[in-house]
Design a protein around this ligand. Structure first.
Ligand SMILES: Cc1cc2nc3c(=O)[nH]c(=O)nc-3n(C[C@H](O)[C@H](O)[C@H](O)COP(=O)(O)OP(=O)(O)OC[C@H]3O[C@@H](n4cnc5c(N)ncnc54)[C@H](O)[C@@H]3O)c2cc1C
Length: 414
C-alpha cells in the first residue's frame, strides 16, 4: 500500500494532549494545524491552574518531544530544584490523629505544573488562538471544522484534544451520548502562598505532597507544592490545597465564597497538624472554587467516519482525579495517535484502519481507568472502604484489565 505523508491532522485544543500530538507530528514531519479556544493572552492568564502527578506516563513523552525539549522537562516541575527520585510515593495520613496510614507507591512521581507543561510543550508550535470549535462535518473524503469566529478549516482527520467537556466528543457522538455523569463528589481545589515558617512546616513530612482522610466523615485534605520560584524563599512558594468529600454537597444558599470559606475552615479545625494549621493560615479572601466530580459513564465505541474524527486525552476519557491518572493516560494517547499517523504515512495501514485501532485501544484503556478512578474516589472518602480502595490495593500504577473488572464489581456491590 502506498504511504500517505500528506494526511493533514486538525488538532482541537492546545492543552497537554493536543500540544504533544502536535509536537509528535512535527517530529515525524507530518502536516497538522492546532486550534485553541483561548486567545493568546487568556491562554496565559487562566484563573484555574493546578499541579499533577506525572509518573508512569512520562515514558510516552520522548516519542513526541524533540530531545532538546525532553532535556528541559525539569522546567515543568512544581519544584525544579527537586530530583525526580526525591520521592517514592504519596504519604496518606489519618486526618484525625496524624498517623501515617500508608505510602501510595508510584513510578518516580513528580509534581508538574499544568501551566509550565503547556509552556514547554508549545515551544516551536504555531498555534491558532481564539478558535473555539463549534461544529464539524464530513465533506467528501475530508472533514471540516467550524469555529465560533465564523472561520472554517478542512483536513483529513480531526483529533479532539479539547478536554473533559469536549465539543469534539459531542460532534462525534451526539450530545446525549457525549454527556458527562456527575458523581456525588464535592471538591474545593485552590492555591495559596504562606509565610516562610508556615511554608516550611507544610513540606516537612514530604517535599511534594501529603494527604489525609478524616475517619469521621471521610473528607480528604490534600496539600501539595505547586510552584517554587525560589527554593531559598519559602514565602514565594505556592501550594495547592484540595478538600473533597462525597455526598452532602454544600446547600445552595451556602455555596458562595463566604459559605465555602466557613465550611473549609470549620472542617480543617477537625484535623491533626499540619492540616489544621494550614486551614487556619489560608487567608480569608482566598477564592475557593467548588467543583463536582464527573466522568463519561456513557463511553462506548464512537463512529470515526472512516478514520476522519477521533478523540484524545480527557476528551476521550474524562475521569475523577483521585488516582492521578488523567494526564498520564493523555500522554499515552498522544503518543499512540502519532504512531497511528506514522503507520498511515508509511503505508502499513489506511487512515481508517489506523484510527480504528487507535480508537479501540484508547477506549478500552479509558473505560478501565474511568472505573478504577471512580472506585478510588468513592472508596477513599469513606473510612469503612478506604483499605479496599485501589490506592491501597494497587498504588498508582497503570490499571490492568483484571483490576478494572474488580473495580466494576466493587462498584456494583456498593
Ligand atoms: C484537581 C485535579 C487534579 C488532577 N491531578 C492529576 C494528577 O495528579 N495526575 C494526572 O495524571 N492527572 C491529573 N488530573 C487530570 C489532568 O489535569 C487531565 O487529565 C489533563 O490535564 C488532560 O489534558 P488534556 O490536554 O486532555 O485536556 P486540557 O488540559 O483540559 O486541555 C484542553 C484544551 O482544549 C481547549 N478547548 C476546550 N474546548 C475547546 C473548543 N471547543 N475549541 C478549541 N479548544 C478548546 C482548552 O482551552 C484547553 O486548552 C487532575 C485533574 C484535576 C481536575
Amino acid at each position: 500500500m502506498a504511504g500517505r505523508k500528506d494526511v493533514h491532522t486538525l488538532i482541537i485544543g492546545a492543552g497537554t494532549s493536543g500540544l504533544l500530538v502536535a509536537q509528535g507530528l512535527k517530529k515525524a514531519g507530518l502536516p497538522f494545524t492546532i486550534f485553541e479556544q483561548e486567545t493568546l493572552s487568556t491562554y496565559q492568564t487562566r484563573p484555574r491552574e493546578w499541579g499533577m502527578t506525572l509518573h508512569w506516563g512520562s515514558s510516552h513523552i520522548s516519542k513526541c518531544l524533540p530531545p532538546s525539549l525532553v532535556d528541559r522537562m525539569p522546567e515543568t516541575y512544581a519544584d525544579p530544584s527537586l530530583s525526580p527520585d526525591a520521592v517514592a510515593g504519596l504519604p496518606v495520613y489519618n486526618g484525625k490523629t496524624g498517623e501515617l496510614i500508608m505510602e501510595m507507591k508510584a513510578e518516580k512521581p513528580c509534581r508538574v505544573s499544568r501551566r509550565k507543561l503547556r509552556n514547554l510543550f508549545k515551544e516551536g508550535l504555531d498555534i491558532e488562538y481564539g478558535k473555539e470549535l463549534v461544529g464539524m462535518r464530513e465533506e467528501g473524503g475530508k472533514v471540516r471544522c467550524v469555529f465560533r469566529d465564523g472561520t472554517e478549516s478542512v483536513g483529513d482527520v480531526v483529533v479532539g484534544c479539547d478536554g473533559a467537556r469536549s465539543k469534539a466528543r459531542e460532534c462525534i457522538c451526539g450530545s446525549d451520548a457525549a454527556e458527562l455523569t456527575t458523581v456525588p463528589l464535592t471538591m474545593f481545589n485552590f492555591t495559596e502562598k504562606f509565610e516562610k515558617e508556615q511554608a516550611l512546616v507544610l513540606r516537612e513530612r514530604n517535599p511534594l505532597f501529603i494527604t489525609s482522610i478524616h475517619p469521621d466523615h471521610g473528607t480528604m485534605f490534600w496539600i501539595s507544592i505547586q510552584d517554587v520560584p525560589d527554593p531559598d524563599k519559602p514565602e514565594t512558594w505556592t501550594f495547592q490545597l484540595l478538600m473533597s468529600w462525597v455526598n452532602n454537597a454544600l446547600p445552595e444558599d451556602e455555596n458562595n465564597q463566604e459559605g465555602r470559606m466557613k465550611f473549609f475552615k470549620k472542617r480543617a479545625e477537625e484535623y491533626a497538624e499540619p492540616w489544621r494549621s494550614a486551614g487556619r493560615w489560608v487567608k480569608p479572601d482566598t477564592k475557593i472554587p467548588m467543583d463536582p466530580g464527573t466522568y463519561w459513564e456513557k463511553a462506548a465505541p464512537w463512529d470515526s467516519r472512516g478514520g476522519k474524527m477521533t478523540l484524545c486525552g480527557d476528551a476521550a476519557h474524562p475521569m475523577t482525579p483521585h488516582r492521578g491518572q488523567g494526564l498520564n493516560n493523555a500522554l499515552q494517547d498522544s503518543s499512540k495517535f502519532v504512531s497511528a499517523m506514522e503507520e498511515v504515512a508509511s503505508g502499513s495501514k489506511t487512515l481508517a484502519e489506523a484510527v480504528a485501532a487507535y480508537d479501540k485501544e484508547v477506549l478500552e484503556r479509558g473505560l478501565l481507568e474511568m472505573q478504577v478512578s471512580l472506585k478510588q474516589t468513592l472508596f477513599i472518602h469513606n473510612w469503612e472502604t478506604l483499605m479496599e480502595s485501589p490506592m491501597v490495593k494497587m498504588g498508582m500504577h497503570q490499571a490492568r484489565k483484571e483490576e478494572g473488572e474488580a473495580a466494576s464489581q466493587g462498584l456494583a456491590k456498593e
